[in-house]
Design a binder for this molecule. Structure first.
Ligand SMILES: [Zn+2]
Length: 197
């Protein structure tokens, strides 16, 4: 999945790849959703974590909002749902060439866990508070580390999202790309992924 790091749907049967989309604000993970026959919709978002941390719970919720926007669009056709799951990529630049990438494994599960189906603000707030609370419990008195976040994301969202970590060389080429998995005893495990997968 290194290759199609960004893309958008033009017509239900046609997918083209666009430039990395930041909404002119590298910290902005929200993709303002729009769909029309010419522009399609944005399938890539990226922002920086200057502290070097993996994606946050709030980042996952932003992806949930995008997923819900796609599924609730009146002009949705089935192929757009599969295109979103195949191509939507959220990238967090963690500095020093390290980046994290998230793709969507199951849109319905992700929506259920984050924004809920309807346009109710309360569902997303309740869900967000639940995960923030659970995360605080996981941390306990400890300082937050990179592993805490990865462990939590895989444990709570591993059924709906894929999480990858990558590394670029000084020319920007991906030199390492690994899928993160959680094993028994909450051990984090990295599997190398070929760039044409
Ligand atoms: Zn973030």
């Amino acid at each position: 999945m290194c290759k199609p790091i960004s893309g958008r749907v033009i017509r239900p049967d046609e997918i083209i790849f666009s430039q990395i989309y930041t909404d002119n604000d590298p910290k902005n993970v929200r993709v303002p959703f729009s769909w029309n026959a010419i522009d399609g919709y944005v399938l890539h978002s990226t922002h920086n974590h200057p502290n070097g941390m993996p994606p946050s719970i709030h980042d996952i919720f932003s992806i949930g909002f995008n997923a819900r926007d796609v599924l609730s669009h009146p002009n949705l056709v089935a192929s757009q749902k599969s295109a979103f799951m195949a191509y939507y990529t959220d990238v967090v630049e963690a500095g020093n060439g390290i980046f994290y990438a998230i793709t969507v494994k199951d849109m319905d599960k992700l929506i259920a866990k984050t924004t809920g189906q309807g346009n109710t603000v309360s569902a997303s707030i309740n869900n967000l508070n639940f995960f923030l609370d659970e995360y605080r419990k996981l941390l306990g008195p400890d300082d937050e580390t990179i592993n805490h976040r990865i462990q939590f994301l895989l444990d709570y969202f591993g059924d709906s999202l894929n999480l990858y970590v990558g590394e670029r060389d000084i020319h920007g080429n991906v030199k390492k790309f690994e899928k993160l998995n959680l094993h028994m005893g909450n051990k984090i495990d990295k599997i190398s992924v070929a760039c044409d997968e």
